[in-house]
Write a protein that binds this ligand. Structure first.
Ligand code: AP5
Length: 244
């Protein structure tokens, strides 16, 4: 069979059409920002949307945790701040994000998870995006205090593939082992209850006001009910993101 076989030609044309559609969708995706308190479900949703829309999921928390596990001096500094439930200084995080957004896979759009979380970060992001005219779509995931505590204390992570579990609502099939690669699951260094309370305070003081700031800047902000099951939330997000 040669490349000129009708089926091969048809499937190549179909693939080209699919890629064109995906590129249009990526351009329309722009900068998707998942916003909300610790444990709101930002990571869970960002990972799913990134996969479904074919754009990278960029989590500043994951990037920092990578530095922590690499054991570099930067990682040690990050660990000391994260263990207290405080925020990493703006300059550091802004530089990290700016560097990541320059990579070619971000050209068609990306999902930001956990950034921006101060007014300084929001202003820096605005500047980064206005350089190439990328639009922001902000999803503010709203969840109550007790649910935040339950979700964060019950969270378990696969250190190899990053899959997020929860011992109460989304347990792995075998206790403490990742369903995908059977790696033993871990508890995050900042998921102790006393640290979670500090993280919530940092959120209330420094991060929650960012939503108002983004609204003042006339960015598109959508409220999302984070108490719904994850699949329902994903459906809502994808519907908004793919609406004409
Ligand atoms: P980061 O990693 O960003 O943590 P966070 O914002 O506190 O949010 P979490 O990761 O705790 O929760 P999430 O909303 O992603 O929820 P998840 O999907 O995991 O930051 C960690 C630290 O790094 C910060 O404290 C700071 O020190 C530093 N940092 C990071 N970014 C920074 C920045 N920009 N500036 C400065 N410092 C920064 O879900 C939680 C659990 O709930 C899971 O077990 C999940 O299975 C479950 N779940 C999810 N959705 C649902 C649902 N709909 N129903 C029921 N259960 C659900």
């Amino acid at each position: 069979m040669t490349d000129s076989h009708p089926n091969r030609v048809e499937s190549a044309a179909g693939e080209a059409r699919f890629n064109r559609l995906l590129n249009t969708l990526k351009q329309a995706v722009g900068a998707v920002i998942l916003f909300g308190p610790p444990g709101a479900g930002k990571g869970t949703q960002a990972r799913g949307i990134g996969r479904r829309l074919g754009v990278p999921h960029i989590s500043t928390g994951d990037m920092l945790r990578l530095q922590v596990s690499a054991g570099t001096s930067t990682g040690r500094d990050a660990r000391a701040i994260m263990e207290q439930g405080a925020l990493i200084p703006d300059d550091w995080v802004n530089h990290m994000v700016e560097t990541r957004l320059r990579e070619p896979d971000c050209r068609g759009g990306f999902v930001l998870d956990g950034y921006p979380r101060t007014r300084g970060q929001a202003a820096a992001l605005d500047k980064m995006l206005s350089n190439n005219g990328t639009q922001m779509k902000v999803f503010n995931i709203v969840v109550g205090y007790n649910e935040i505590i339950r979700r964060t204390t019950g969270r378990r992570l696969c250190p190899r593939c990053g899959t997020i579990y929860n011992i109460y609502v989304k347990p792995p099939r075998e206790p403490n082992l990742c369903d995908r690669d059977q790696t033993p699951l871990e508890i995050r260094i900042d998921d102790r209850e006393d640290v979670i309370r500090e993280r919530i305070q940092a959120y209330e003081k420094q991060t929650r006001p960012v939503i108002e700031y983004l609204r003042e800047q006339k960015q598109a902000v959508y409220e999302v009910d984070g108490s719904l099951p994850p699949e329902k939330i994903s459906e809502q997000l994808v519907e908004i993101l793919t609406a004409p």
